[in-house]
Design a protein. Sequence first.
Length: 410
Amino acid sequence: MFPKSSVFAVIALAAFVSLGAFVFPHVVQAQDCLFDCPDLGSDPSLIPWGNSPQALDIVYCIDRDCVLKLEVQEGSGNLIFTGNSIPTPHVIHQPDFSCPGPGPVEISGTVVALLRDKKGNLIPSSAAQAELFIKVLGVTCGTSLGSPILSRVVGVNELRTSVFDAASSITILPPTTPGTPASLTSKGQGWTGCPTDNTGTLSGRCLFPLGTEEFGAGALPNQLPATTTGPPLNRYQVGEVYRAVKLDKFVGLRYCKGDPQDAGVLPNPNPSTINCSAGEILTGQNDQGLFTFPGNWSGSGTKTINSQSGTGPFDILANQLAADGQQLLFHIIPETVTASADNGPEVPNRGCNDQPSQGTERCFFTAKNLLPNGCTSGVPVDILVRGQLDIQDGNGNNFKFVSKDNPTCQ
């Protein structure tokens, strides 16, 4: 069984608009989307989330950037995922309430999970898809320095199921799950305490409860201390497990996990097993979010793609305005723009052009490089275009963007 211990993670929303001028050199002037731009990004250093650092650690990536950087051993240069099948996680943030009233926040989606050994090395054979579901209850809204801030602070001896919904969990999926990327179908090994076959490979869904526990007056400030790093508005207060700052669209979580269980036998999480190990401090990481732009393959309404064709255009609809009056398309850094299709390889662009009259940045990609294994006629192809903007967060990291489309294979 895995030791019961802490999970640490901080999340940032996928789109950043109405940002404070003192934080960013270019400030977007558009509708607020703290609550309606759900895609989540990752830590600027692309470090996966983790837990139980003193033993076998479950780590998981919430976006493709993180997956692409995973190494067998940090600094080794030996990447875990290469070739024509690279799993692409997708996690969203879904508040369903309005300030100033309280309400729940849901963070959910598909992630890529692995085990990490005591030496800090990832175990490639353990890689698996997983379903993440976290629901924070009783979120409140306040204001600091003119910015609305959403927060959930744990009270002394407050019931754990009053803070995180009892259904909050991460479920590790066996490699036989329909839709599993080819790069994961021969993995899923080493998950002690989970349902496995005689080869040690996952044979069923394995669920780990996520949330918190009841903290006494003495334990609360030690387990959930105030933080002192990062932009002042993004720092946790004592007992805070969820924080979202409208000014720069920062969203953070602090939580723990419980014992693994066979989801086929016990389909619902057992939050009573959650134990934030004594002496461990639940900390956070300054994750960075993404701008999310609409996309259009081929620049037309037809939206078909031929895997045997040459170079084709992809239009990134980045027509929001920045504080300097320019559209965001002018802030895209062309040499950072890449594309992938159906979890395939990352392909560099063949050139990008500003199209301000149409509110788009048009970049060109070679279709046969995007789909080296071809595609099935009449079936949609999922294209993901990614890149960086010359807009930076408070820590000097360039913001990133994603743009998606699903043209039909021709």
